[in-house]
Design a protein around this ligand. Structure first.
Ligand code: MCA
Ligand code: AMP
Length: 470
């Protein structure tokens, strides 16, 4: 079966079947627009895509995948530091950009720009690439250093989407609504490639405000907990979601009160699912199955999970014992680009992926995610942010002598990026803007606190736990 089977075969002429912000096209049109991009890319192995929230991103990604060219999404607001790293590390041969966008040629020095032109169409049909070929290289943060490229095969994406179609009864009569960024798994793989493979209609509302979710009248909604929490705080908008079939939450822990509040206002329970960039979605509750608040569900078809202690010894699935969650199965990535040592560190000798998440598994197989083992990976608004990358960006400022970044609990974002700095002659807002200009804006500290010195142990290592407690 083709990766984008619905798009490749669709004769569906309904208007606005795929709508991003205010611009929509029927499926047949999208197929012809993507075929024109595929013609332009013929022979390229890897192309970067400026992943703005725009129809051109969907057309560009679809065109590349039809052509068998691997896609490297670039966050549209990535500053020069982050963008240069992604382009250099991925060795993308060209960049797909909106034909009439506001990007500047010097944002992508040394790379040919290929415009995605929504006035061009083609009818070419090409053979389906090998399922083992790379579909996406997604850049994601580790605890230290620059983001790593996560290599995802066409086969892994197909396995993930088919598993979710089964779990959620996702079908061609669904209207999927969301407002997620198009450069991560949630918004791009589930939120765009999902409809391109499984059919239905897609309405991306742009910014995910409660009012826009309410007005879209979808049957299936995706959101991160921050979005659901803002919807609960807007009861009128929440009530409009009563007509939806399924509300799905993921990317971070859904607070119990938010899930309960949403159910009270909509009459709909919230299905949770769990995954990572490296593993895609591995565990989910079912649309037609039992509901357990605070739990993320059962493994998807073909996925196996286990809990281990600090020494890697197996732990019981008794619903109480906490351990590191390890996973294996058809949705897993093919490794980090050029990082054999990171591959080795993240896998066990018998080939399981170490998620770094602490979980319990019940006798009934239901999973509960307790939290992350490492404190240097922050989840803010559903975005994964490496403390080390933000610290490196702060230290590039001449006024900053030392920096330590932590995630502080926050009722809106889950965690808030907070920086402690030893600095001279620079204000809090200057440092926030300095980071926002170098990296994607969501990685900027929301607060910067000046300290005289960072607390360190006898070996000179920063003791981050003392920063937030003292
Ligand atoms: C603010 N902005 C700035 C600055 N401050 N720009 C430059 N300099 C500054 N100092 C801009 C931002 O760029 C943005 O612009 C606007 O102001 C608001 O940004 P922000 O404050 O960050 O928005 P927010 O309200 O805090 O966003 C909340 C959110 C967002 C919408 C929930 O966090 C979000 O979209 N989260 C989704 C993350 C996600 O998809 N994660 C999935 C990872 P502009 O207006 O242009 O936007 S994949 C994953 O986890 C897996 C596999 C899974 O399980 O799903
Ligand atoms: P990312 O690689 O950005 O997709 O982030 C993956 C991480 O998000 C996981 O390792 C978890 O810590 C977290 N995560 C994803 N889904 C959930 C969920 N449903 N509940 C709790 N944490 C989640």
């Amino acid at each position: 079966m083709r990766l984008l089977s619905w798009l490749s075969e669709s004769i569906d002429e309904r208007p606005n079947a795929v709508q991003i912000n205010d611009r929509g096209v029927p499926w047949v049109e999208l197929r012809r627009l993507a075929a024109a991009v595929a013609d332009d890319l013929h022979g390229l192995d890897r192309v970067a895509v400026e992943a703005s929230t725009d129809l051109t991103t969907v057309v560009g990604v679809a065109g590349a995948l039809l052509a068998g060219t691997a896609v490297v999404p670039v966050p549209p607001d990535a500053g020069p530091r982050e963008r240069d790293h992604i382009l250099r590390d991925s060795a993308a041969e060209a960049v797909l950009v909106p034909a009439h966008g506001e990007h500047r040629g010097d944002d992508y020095p040394g790379r040919p720009l290929i415009p995605v032109d929504l006035t061009r169409r083609a009818d070419s049909i090409r053979p389906e690439p090998d399922p083992a070929d790379t579909a996406l290289i997604l850049y994601t943060s580790g605890t230290t250093g620059a983001p790593k490229g996560v290599v995802l095969s066409r086969r892994a994406i197909a396995a993930c989407l088919d598993g979710l179609a089964d779990a959620w009864d996702w079908a061609p009569d669904d209207l999927l609504v969301h407002g997620l960024p198009l450069f991560h798994v949630h918004g791009l793989v589930l939120g765009v490639l999902g409809p391109l493979r499984l059919g239905g209609r897609l309405h991306h509302v742009g910014r995910p405000t409660p009012e826009r979710y309410a007005d879209a009248a979808g049957s299936l909604y995706f959101g991160v907990p921050t979005i659901w929490s803002r919807i609960v705080a807007a009861p009128e908008a929440a009530r409009a979601l009563r007509s939806a079939r399924l509300l799905v939450s993921g990317s971070a822990a859904l607070p119990t009160a938010v899930g309960a509040g949403l159910t009270a206002l909509t009459g709909r329970r919230v299905v949770q699912r769990y995954g990572m960039t490296e593993t895609l979605i591995t565990v989910s509750a079912r649309a037609d199955g039992p509901h357990q608040p605070d739990m993320v569900g059962l493994p998807l078809p073909g996925v196996r999970t286990r809990l281990v202690d600090d020494d890697g010894a197996p732990l019981p699935a008794d619903g109480e014992t906490m351990g590191e969650l390890q996973v294996c199965g058809p949705t897993l990535f093919d490794g980090y680009l050029h990082r054999p040592e990171a591959d080795a560190a993240s896998h066990t000798s018998d080939g399981w992926f170490r998620t770094g998440d602490v979980a319990t598994i019940g006798p009934d197989g239901w999973h509960r995610i307790v939290g992350r083992a490492a404190t240097d990976l922050i989840k803010s608004g559903g975005y994964r942010i490496g403390a080390g990358e933000v610290e490196d960006a702060l230290l590039a400022h001449p006024g900053v002598r030392e920096a330590a970044v932590v995630g502080v609990p926050d009722s809106d974002l889950g965690q808030q990026v907070t920086a402690y700095v030893v600095s001279d002659g620079v204000t809090e807002s200057e440092l926030i803007d300095f980071v926002a200009r170098q990296l994607s804006a969501h990685k900027r500290p929301r607060q910067v606190r000046r300290v005289d010195a960072l607390p360190r142990n006898a070996l000179g290592k920063v003791q981050k736990s003392r920063l937030t407690t003292e």
